[in-house]
Design a protein around this ligand. Structure first.
Ligand code: MGP
Ligand code: SAH
Length: 253
């Protein structure tokens, strides 16, 4: 007959053992949460978004700290290096109005180089994402986020620079041999420029790399005397991404 186990012989785990066990459970739980998060992230990466997801660290260098995007955000956000360059043009400016702020790629960079940013987007989800993203960069206190239509808000806005990166009609913009300003959404580039010009002559436009440059630079003639214009083609890792056109004098106190 085998001896039955006496309950009194089962020893309670020592304090040290309990600690080790607790730590193991904690690590396992954390790992499980990380796997679930990665799975969720991958699920959000639709076939359309995949190409942009692969460039995620060019879009936001601090992507892994919790940057959040939606589909339109993925294909529209200005890569960080380009956004930083655009912000440098108006370094030291008082108030920059980011009229189409999206998930915050530009607003975050303006907030790092200028005094204050008014970031507008018509889509409340974008504003929520941009606000969370701004926190990751520690600049949320320098940005006023507004959910609204830039065209309706414009008459009430005051600022030293207006930044315009409107929708280009999705990634299919490049199918056009020459992207004319009437293709910009929700209004043509001409109307958009006029609305911005009523706020300030210092306007930055981020446009497709196939934009009709003659047409875009001719916007400067809407002012008398015509505004100074600078054109810049923007590259990331040697690949052209867009054109930035700077109007006005970049003289900021
Ligand atoms: P892209 O041409 O769609 O991507 O956008 P990419 O990686 O250059 O792919 P390729 O196959 O053309 O080589 C290039 C950049 O344009 C993006 O990173 C965004 O900054 C910008 N962009 C693209 N779209 C569709 C928009 C848009 O609708 N609005 C704004 N403001 N920017 C856009
Ligand atoms: N520069 C941004 C991307 C802008 S994409 C970034 O780096 O993240 C263009 C944005 O314009 C979209 O988020 C879209 O919701 C917004 N939009 C479209 N129509 C608008 C309007 N009438 N007023 C304000 N925002 C608008």
């Amino acid at each position: 007959m085998s001896p039955s186990k006496d309950s009194s012989s089962i020893q309670a785990p020592t304090k040290k053992k309990r600690k080790v066990f607790k730590r193991r459970v904690k690590i396992k739980t954390r790992k499980r949460a990380q796997i679930a998060e990665k799975k969720k992230e991958k699920e959000n990466v639709t076939p359309l978004v995949r190409k942009y997801w692969l460039q995620r660290y060019d879009l936001f260098s601090r992507y892994d700290e919790g940057i959040k995007m939606d589909e339109e955000g993925w294909f529209s956000v200005t890569p960080e290096e380009i956004a930083a360059r655009q912000a440098r043009w108006c370094a030291g400016a008082g108030v920059v109005i980011d009229a189409f702020a999206g998930v915050g790629g530009n607003a975050i960079q303006f907030a790092q180089m200028c005094h204050h940013v008014v970031a507008i987007d018509i889509d409340p989800k974008k504003v929520a994402l941009a606000s969370d993203n701004a926190k990751i960069y520690g600049v949320e206190d320098y940005i006023d986020f507004i959910v609204g239509d830039f065209f309706q808000l414009a008459p009430f806005l005051k600022g030293d620079v207006v930044f315009l990166s409107p929708p280009w009609g999705g990634p299919s913009y490049k199918a056009k041999e020459s992207f004319t300003l009437d293709l910009l959404k929700p209004k043509d580039g001409h109307s958009l420029f006029q609305v911005a010009q009523a706020i300030t002559p210092n306007i930055i436009m981020y446009l497709p790399r196939n934009v009709d440059l003659l047409q875009a630079t001719a916007l400067s003639w809407l002012s008398s005397p015509p505004l100074d214009v600078e054109i810049e083609e923007n590259f990331v890792r040697g690949n052209s991404k867009g054109m930035t056109i700077y109007f006005g004098d970049n003289i900021f106190p």
